[in-house]
Design a protein around this ligand. Structure first.
Ligand code: ASP
Length: 328
């Protein structure tokens, strides 16, 4: 195996609707500000606690008037490079063969999208996904082809399995018990949405997927419409949790389409969770969390189980908020 490795070198603010009101209000009620029309206030929202650091990086871009697409890429890269985050990038838990395989996708305000899946030995799959988006006529590259593409663009091959991940894996291997239950305390896939000063929306999602998954298993995170989706006329959504449930319901697209049909972000994420409840037997065994934003900067967050939280950077303040949830 080491040869193989070497070879591959409370709904909180959301439900209160606080943000929506702020987003559309002119800063001051002066004739001048009214003439300019609504002031768009940028925001960044990310899944889980590790989203706090990601938001700080995204905010550096947004607060200077930068683009949402650059904000989401820089934001999630912080988590990809963090070895303590064991569900994303460097330090991510390996599959059952001991190999770290990464999935990521990105989508911009023009509707362009890029994605990589089952990518090995590259620290920043999100940047490879961005290259796929910007520099190829394709949306998704997989496995060896994705690696070859990354190397051609100058990405470095690195061993992403940290000592800590390796030790945990060696322990797991003693029993090799595979029950892909989501440990809701231990989920760190990063999905991020941003709204920039121009009112443009972009999203990114990156993960090492389920720990000890079958080699070759790809989750929802790199699938445009499942792990993440944006429609610049409507809003964006990201998902985290047991990817198979999100894929079977095309969760992020569903959330955005529900907003397109008139729902608020909060209503849309709740409906997408209900869809899983209605359609997928055994859903109680798994955690799923959705985040959504719309063009007005309203946000929504909802999960199946307690324990999902998200980081919201808006109005110059970065906060970790507990999501409301279905199974009470
Ligand atoms: N959605 C990811 C997957 O199924 C896992 C996660 O969000 O933690 O690969």
């Amino acid at each position: 195996m080491s040869n193989r490795r070497n070879f591959i070198k409370n709904a909180g603010l959301a439900s209160l609707g606080v943000l929506s009101a702020c987003q559309m209000k002119p800063k001051e009620n002066t004739i001048e500000s009214r003439k300019k029309g609504p002031v768009i206030k940028p925001l960044a929202i990310s899944t889980w606690k590790n989203g706090m650091d990601a938001n700080v990086a995204a905010w550096k871009v947004l607060s200077k008037g930068g683009k949402a697409i650059d904000a989401v890429e820089s934001g999630v890269k912080v988590v990809e490079a963090n070895p303590d985050d064991m569900s994303v990038g460097y330090g991510g838990r390996p599959d059952r063969d001991g190999i770290v395989t990464l999935d990521a996708c990105i989508m911009d305000s023009t509707g362009n999208a890029g994605s990589v899946c089952a990518l090995e030995n590259i620290m920043h799959p999100i940047s490879v996904a961005r290259k796929v988006m910007d520099d190829t006529p394709h949306v998704m590259l997989a496995g060896k082809g994705a690696l070859q593409f990354a190397l051609e663009f100058g990405f470095k091959q690195e061993d992403l399995l940290t000592e800590k991940s390796k030790q945990e894996f060696e322990k797991w291997r003693l029993t090799s018990e595979y029950k892909p239950l989501i440990n809701i305390e231990n989920h760190d896939t990063i999905g991020m949405l941003a709204l920039d000063q121009n009112g443009d929306i972009s999203g990114a999602c990156t993960t090492s997927g389920l720990a000890y998954k079958m080699h070759g298993r790809v989750g929802d995170s790199p699938i445009i419409g499942a792990g993440m989706y944006c429609d610049n006329e409507v809003g964006g959504a990201v998902a985290t949790g047991m990817g198979e449930l999100v894929m079977k319901t095309l969760g992020s697209f569903l959330v955005v389409e529900l907003m397109n049909q008139g729902m608020s972000p909060q209503q849309a994420v709740e409906e997408a969770i209900l869809r899983i409840v209605k359609k997928i037997p055994g859903y109680e065994e798994f955690q799923i969390g959705y985040l959504a934003i719309n063009k007005n900067g309203e946000v929504g967050a909802y999960s199946l189980h307690r324990g999902f939280n998200y980081a919201l950077y808006a109005d110059d303040s970065n906060n970790l908020i507990d999501s409301n949830y279905y199974l009470k």
